[in-house]
Structure formats: C-alpha cells, structure tokens
Ligand binder design. Structure first.
Ligand SMILES: [Fe+2]
Ligand SMILES: [Fe+2]
Length: 187
C-alpha cells in the first residue's frame, strides 16, 4: 500500500473529524521523522494507518483479534481502547498489503507504547498526542520537548497517558507502565 492509497482509505473510512486528526498526526510524524533522522515515508504511512480501525464496533475488533490470534497476542485481554491499534496493524498486514514490521509495530502500539520502543514507535506515539488539533493541558510543553529529545518527550507523554487513564477511573494498560519503566532504565 502506498502513502496515497492509505490517505485515500483514511479519507473514505473515517469521520471528517478523525480524518483531520489523522492528517495532523501525519504532519507531526513527518516533522519528527525529519528531526530525528527517521524515514518520513514510513512515518507518513504509519500515521495514515494508525486509527483506521478506531470507528469499527467492538465486536468486529474482537473478531479480527480472534481470527489473527498470533498477531493479536492476547490484546483482547487488554483494555478496549488498545484494540484499534492492534486491529489496524492486523488489517494492514492481512488485507492491505503492508509488510514492513516497523510500520506494523508502530501502529499496533500507538496508544500505549511498549518496552524497547523503536524510533518509529516513539514518533507515532508522540505525533498522536501532539497533533495540531490537540489542546489538552501541557500539550504545548510536550510539543517543545519532543523537538529537543525524543526519549524525554516519550517519558513525559507516557506519564501523562498513565495519569490521564488513572484519573478517569479506568484501568491503565500494564503495557504503558512497562514502556515507561523501560525508558527510565535506559536513561
Ligand atoms: Fe488511536
Ligand atoms: Fe490517533
């Protein structure tokens, strides 16, 4: 799948609001890729793919994970907000002809991070948190930090993600805590 094809699929699949978010994530991901000497084309493709399963019903996401148990890696046991990234990666590989594991992994972990994150994982995670339309308290500080240090921004972004989920009274995915711990240990 080319970048243009992924963009067209995002446009035809997603609501106007989520498509605009996706376009903004793509712009931020390309900016970060250039800043950190990563591949801007991989960043763009990962960004267009990342939320393609977000508007699917939960039952459909569960079915996709059941049908692709190896790639799903028990994600159905994890909190439901995690499923759409895992399912987008599964669909990208099984239906849309995306074979690059770097892109598939970044899409799969874009909501929570994971231990031993690659540069592309970090770029997509942060681009999703800091895309132009985001206005949560602290987003401007994270936008400055991510241009200075990818790892410092990842620690801050993960901390914010974990705090946000805890504050909402939901159960945070242990994968976020594991990703955070891994980043602390690699300082
Ligand atoms: Fe997402
Ligand atoms: Fe997103």
């Amino acid at each position: 799948m080319t970048i243009e094809q992924a963009k067209a699929m995002a446009k035809s699949t997603l609501s106007a609001k989520r498509y605009q978010h996706t376009v903004n994530v793509k712009k931020m991901a390309v900016k970060l890729a250039k800043q950190y000497d990563a591949d801007p084309e991989k960043a763009a493709l990962a960004a267009y793919l990342h939320d393609l399963a977000k508007e699917k019903p939960k039952e459909e996401l569960l079915q996709i994970m059941r049908d692709n148990a190896i790639m799903a890696n028990n994600a159905e046991q994890r909190p439901a907000p995690v499923w759409h990234g895992v399912c987008a990666a599964i669909l990208a590989k099984t239906r849309w002809g995306v074979d690059d594991p770097e892109i598939l992994d970044a899409v799969a972990c874009h909501t929570t991070g994971r231990p031993h994150m690659t540069k592309l994982d970090k770029i997509l995670f942060l681009a999703d948190m800091t895309s132009a339309e985001r206005d949560w308290p602290g987003v401007d500080a994270l936008r400055r930090l991510e241009m200075e240090s990818l790892d410092a921004a990842m620690r801050e972004g993960l901390r914010q993600t974990i705090d946000f989920v805890n504050a909402s009274g939901k159960k945070a995915d242990p994968m976020s805590a594991a990703a955070y711990q891994d980043l602390i240990e690699t300082v």
